[in-house]
Ligand binder design. Structure first.
Ligand code: FAD
Length: 392
């Protein structure tokens, strides 16, 4: 993005596809949640079933075996997937997000031919940017890639890497210059198969929520890769490539917050109409109605922002500011909606027997990854000040 995004199918066909994914998420994936929670991961057989629905290749071009969805179609699809537990979205999100974009905008033809067909059929991708000492300040990374004849040798540690423990391919961001260069040209991206000697997939992190969505360290000790593993075959383009994927990534996390908020609000509504207190259904109490209504207002606002941002993206207009607005608002709103849902459930809302306590924990991270709320504020304000100065 941005470039005018051709829709991959006519509106009617897409509506049917979307309805099919909606049913799959609401019926099949929801029914599989207990198994995922017990196993602590989306097990290979479930991944195979998701793969059968085309989910791993949503954004991968059709000529390489994907569905080639446009940005609008992709986010609309992810909002449906996001009704189910976040583990399902998480296991496919790096394939369809960062890796698909990186290969499309920054990869060589040979890299696309090698990796797209594998990723489209369920090989698991991971994206390694964050490190123990650099997160929001991602350009401050320390992982080094040093040229040695026809190879690069990589050393460093990547932290909190989604799908790290089960990854087949890691897009590793590493510095190819010891100095910090203008426009972050010290950062390059490498396509590193996870079975490369010296790469260790550390065991998964223990987290607050999102059971089954795996994260973990990726440790690189003298990992030797051929120069053909350098994304795009050119040093210094890693950061630019990552930034190009950010708009879609932020819309995707915003969309996940919207999709899950729909389910959370549905649970709150259901409970409010079933639970009785003082001889009445609690949905009759106006203070409960206020919580339901406030949640609906915020969900509708997030959906409307998303619809506008997607329309702009499909027209090829810049959407960086809008993507940050959607990410910030939708994830913060989702947190408030989950909090109200717990409140509407009363004591039951605190009990693991009901879903809402896990919804509450699950959504917390949406405000942290893909740029924290504070980083979105900085992005939005910077764009405002730049546009104001340009107009003055
Ligand atoms: C479940 C999960 C999955 C993840 N998956 C991946 C992944 O697949 N790949 C990957 O590379 N990373 C991943 N991350 C890492 C994630 O992107 C970072 O955690 C996030 O960007 C924040 O970085 P940090 O944790 O270092 O926090 P810090 O950058 O240390 O931030 C700490 C606090 O300071 C605030 N802050 C920082 N800078 C500023 C500033 N300039 N102005 C105001 N406030 C500021 C932040 O908003 C935050 O509140 C994942 C994280 C989690 C929790």
């Amino acid at each position: 993005m941005p470039e005018a995004a051709a829709r991959s199918m006519d509106a009617e066909t897409f509506a049917a596809f979307r309805a099919q994914i909606r049913r799959f998420a609401r019926e099949r994936l929801v029914s599989l949640e207990p198994r995922v929670f017990e196993a602590g991961e989306v097990t290979p057989d479930i991944r195979a079933e998701m793969n059968g629905m085309g989910l791993f290749g949503l954004t991968i071009p059709a000529e390489y075996g994907g569905l080639g969805l446009s940005i609008g179609e992709y986010i609309e699809t992810m909002m449906e997937v996001a009704w189910a537990a976040p583990a399902f979205r998480s296991v496919l999100s790096i394939n369809t997000g960062m890796l698909a974009t990186a290969l499309k905008v920054g990869g060589t033809e040979a890299q696309r031919a090698e990796w797209f067909p594998k990723l489209a059929t369920g090989a698991i991708g991971a994206f390694g940017l964050t490190e123990p000492d650099s997160g929001s300040d991602s350009a401050g990374l320390r992982t080094r890639a040093v040229r040695d004849g026809d190879d690069y040798v990589l050393n460093g540690t990547k932290r909190y890497i989604t799908n790290g423990p089960i990854s087949d391919l890691v897009l590793v961001m590493a510095r190819t210059s010891a100095e910090n260069l203008p426009k972050n040209a010290h950062v390059s991206a490498f396509l590193v198969p996870a079975d490369t000697p010296g790469l260790t997939r550390a065991k998964e992190d223990r987290k607050m929520g999102q059971t089954g969505a795996l994260t973990g360290d990726i440790v690189l000790e003298d990992v030797r890769v051929p120069t053909s593993a350098l994304l795009g075959g050119e040093e210094g383009r890693g950061f630019r490539t990552a930034m190009m994927a950010l708009d879609a990534g932020r819309l995707s996390v915003g969309g996940s917050a919207i999709g899950y908020a729909r389910r959370i609000l549905d649970s709150a509504l259901r409970y409010a109409t079933e639970r009785k207190a003082f001889g009445e259904t609690i949905a009759n109490f106006q203070l409960i109605q206020a919580m339901l209504a406030d949640s609906k207002v915020e969900l509708y606002a997030a959906e409307s922002m998303m619809a506008d941002a997607l329309r702009r993206a499909e027209e090829g207009l810049p959407v960086s500011t809008e993507a940050s607005c959607v990410k910030l608002f939708a994830t913060e709103a989702c947190g408030r909606i989950a909090d109200r849902a717990v409140q509407i459930h009363g004591g039951a809302g605190y009990m693991a027997e009901y879903d809402v306590e896990r919804f509450y924990r699950d959504v917390r991270v949406y405000r942290i990854y893909e740029g924290t709320t504070q980083i979105q504020q900085l992005v939005i304000a910077k764009a405002m000040l730049r546009d104001f100065a340009a107009a003055a």
